[in-house]
Design a protein around this ligand. Structure first.
Ligand code: DGL
Length: 278
């Protein structure tokens, strides 16, 4: 089998990882992708470590052998399950989003305080604190769980006065602190980047998607796995629940129109669907 022409797998608990997929597509325009959104079991961010590990294993199991590498485009799964996944699938290059996110942070700030907005699980496991400390010990990290932002993003509530008020309320205890940057430590949060940036005024708000994409490109190049073909790439989508909802979200957040005739049933994952686009 020619590994180079296999697609890149991208996995998230829902539609949030589409923000990462968007950057991957830009950085790697000739690569094919399979995006798996575990929409039936979202949110991961409020679940236990064992449950998230189990879900991440199942997702990786669906994509293993079909892809040449796997991007865990979910900060929660990257925080709690990346090591286990890498041990369980030793032949599959697996890249998480926390380390690139930490790298994006230290690229912006050299010392002082930074704020990481993430899910409950990501903050509970201090994934960003550890990842940033391993790169720069002069930075002090505060982690704030913002689970409500996931619900807002999934509902498509990403701007407007009401969303700004909610964001202000969620972030109010952090707004009087002086932070060098605010890191979006959840792949859903870039959808609310404008609203979050407005709350923090001049403070840079870091979205790690482009750094993740650069990390994936570097890794594929190292492993000699880049696709040499020059034709336009395609993306397959798999969701574990509701074709209609996923279609609507993909259209809203990626501008992709998945029509009915592009959708086929994915038989080995019950209650999942598969859609293809170019
Ligand atoms: N996309 C997930 C993350 O980056 C958040 C959504 C969830 O809680 O499942 O952590």
């Amino acid at each position: 089998m020619d590994m180079n022409t296999l697609p890149i797998g991208v996995f998230d608990s829902g539609v949030g990882g589409l923000t990462v997929l968007q950057s991957l597509k830009q950085a790697l325009p000739t690569e094919d992708f399979i995006y798996l959104g575990d929409t039936a079991r979202l949110p991961y961010g409020s679940k236990s470590k064992q449950t998230v590990i189990q879900y991440a294993h199942q997702a990786a199991g669906i994509l293993d052998k079909k892809v040449k590498c796997l991007v865990v485009a979910c900060n929660t799964a990257s925080s709690v399950a990346l090591d286990d996944l890498q041990k369980s699938f030793p032949n599959l290059p697996i890249i998480g989003v926390v380390e690139p996110g930490a790298q994006a942070c230290v690229n912006t700030v050299q010392s002082g305080k930074v704020l990481v907005l993430a899910t409950e699980s990501t903050t509970r496991w201090h994934a960003y604190q550890q990842a940033i400390a391993s790169l720069n010990t002069k930075i002090t990290v505060t982690e704030l769980p913002c689970p409500l932002f996931v619900a807002l993003a999934e509902e498509g509530w990403t701007n407007g006065v009401l969303v700004e008020q909610i964001a202000h309320e969620v972030l109010k205890d952090s707004l009087n602190e002086t932070y060098g940057c605010v890191v979006l430590g959840c792949t859903h949060f870039p959808m609310l980047k404008g609203v979050i940036a407005k709350c923090f005024n001049q403070v840079p708000v870091i979205d790690s998607a482009s750094v993740v994409a650069a990390a994936v490109k570097t890794r594929l190049s190292h492993e000699k796995l880049l696709n040499p073909k020059k034709c336009q790439a395609k993306i397959d989508f798999i969701a574990t629940d509701s074709i209609e909802r996923f279609k609507a979200m993909a259209s809203k957040f990626m501008g992709i129109d998945l029509s009915h005739d592009q959708i086929v049933l994915h038989s080995d994952t019950p209650s999942a669907f598969k859609a293809t686009t170019r």
